[in-house]
Design a binder for this molecule. Sequence first.
Ligand SMILES: Nc1ncnc2c1ncn2[C@@H]1O[C@H](COP(=O)(O)OP(=O)(O)OP(=O)(O)O)[C@@H](O)[C@H]1O
Ligand SMILES: [Mg+2]
Length: 217
Amino acid sequence: MDKVVMKNISKQYEEDCQIIKDFNYIFEKGKMYVIMGPSGAGKTTLLNMLGTLENTDSGSILADDLDITGLLGDEKAEFRMEHIGFVFQAFYLNPRINVLDNVIVPMLVNKAIPKKERKKIAMENLKAFGMDRYSHKTVKNLSGGEQQRVAIARAMANNPDIILADEPTGNLDEKNEKIVFEYLKKLAEDGKIVIVVSHNDSAKAYADEIIMMDKVS
Ligand SMILES: Nc1ncnc2c1ncn2[C@@H]1O[C@H](COP(=O)(O)OP(=O)(O)OP(=O)(O)O)[C@@H](O)[C@H]1O
Ligand SMILES: [Mg+2]
């Protein structure tokens, strides 16, 4: 994936309450983008539209040559599996299964990853965030920061070329915050498109471009 172009994107959930109006941006591979702005500005909504979890009202989102706003349900799921790594603001891990199995979940539907490789890939991803030694712990018994690191490892499961991270350091101490930002930056340098929503000023130092969003109305 070379670039994602958002053209004249608008979105509202309820009448007379525009969340995003005529948003235009070009996201290119090799760069880390940091989106900032007040609560309610539409940052999560923007990531969700780019990740095909939310429909746009108007405008187009071109992922290279493909307009993803025109995809149907199954096609969206396929696009997400092939291209998108999501780190959600609320982690959406499965609290009842262990850390390792959580990271393996996205690989279960990916025919490109042989079954016997799954565990190895999951362990490598966990290791990047110092979570490999927790692999057999049940998620509900982890701290918020530990869960956050598992969620990031899971986002990397299918080796996505677009990483969408919504407040990925919200629950982390400074040391782990640095690990996460450096990891995301490295992914960008390796040729991925990395888009991070953050309220954290220290994110700015890692950004190739900073996008300020504000409330429309
Ligand atoms: N499914 C929904 N239905 C109705 N309104 C919604 C829905 N999702 C979001 N909104 C509204 O859209 C606005 C933007 O929400 P969004 O979650 O994108 O904000 P945000 O910039 O991510 O804020 P935060 O920094 O608090 O996470 C908010 O006012 C929110 O209440
Ligand atoms: Mg949000």
